[in-house]
Design a binder for this molecule. Structure first.
Ligand SMILES: Cc1cc2nc3c(=O)[nH]c(=O)nc-3n(C[C@H](O)[C@H](O)[C@H](O)COP(=O)(O)O)c2cc1C
Length: 166
């Protein structure tokens, strides 16, 4: 039985009101396996030192590889990358068989066509209940122009036009 005093689906739906971007986090595990996970939990933490965070479900089949990798790479997805988003949200499949990726720091696969890419040293892991909170120190990054893929109320969408006066 869950330990929460409320319905977990309602809790999840309430959290879904917070619109986020979407990332794919990739890494090369200690045994050379390439893993990648779609993650909307990405956020910035610190400018100096340059730190970011994201959280990974303990049930993820990529957990062990990501926990032991020296580095991981966070890719911020653009609005033309919904297919990549869904492909990397599948569990336990080889997500790289049809992709040709360059190798980043620590061997993390680098996916093309993203709005931003942050190559991070895998520095700290914190307990986050059924997730692990992973903090990375950014060692290298690239960005490019474009509009982001957005995740809101359980659905992917594109960003709204700019608000008047913003
Ligand atoms: C838009 C979106 C955002 C997601 N965000 C996260 C996240 O932040 N953390 C997480 O652990 N899983 C997240 N998931 C689910 C994982 O991508 C999914 O469980 C994935 O299949 C795990 O793969 P693995 O078992 O091969 O590691 C998200 C899925 C989608 C579609």
């Amino acid at each position: 039985m869950p330990n929460t005093p409320f319905d977990s689906r309602e809790f999840r739906n309430a959290l879904g009101n917070f619109a986020t971007g979407v990332t794919i986090v990739t890494a090369k595990g200690k045994n050379g396996e390439l893993v990648g996970v779609t993650a909307s939990s990405f956020n910035s933490v610190s400018l100096d030192p340059p730190l970011i965070l994201w959280s990974l479900d303990r049930s993820s089949t990529s957990l062990q590889a990501i926990e032991t990798a020296s580095h991981f790479c966070v890719h911020i997805l653009g609005d033309a990358q919904a297919d990549e988003c869904m492909a990397f949200a599948k569990s336990g499949v080889d997500k790289f068989s049809e992709l040709s990726c360059d190798e980043g720091l620590g061997g993390a696969p680098l996916i093309d066509g993203c709005l931003g890419r942050f190559e991070c040293r895998n520095v700290v892991h914190h307990d986050g209940g059924d997730h692990v909170i992973i903090i990375g120190e950014v060692e290298r990054f690239v960005t490019r122009e474009g509009n982001p893929l957005v995740f809101f109320r359980g659905k992917l969408s594109a960003i709204a036009p700019e608000m008047d006066g913003a």
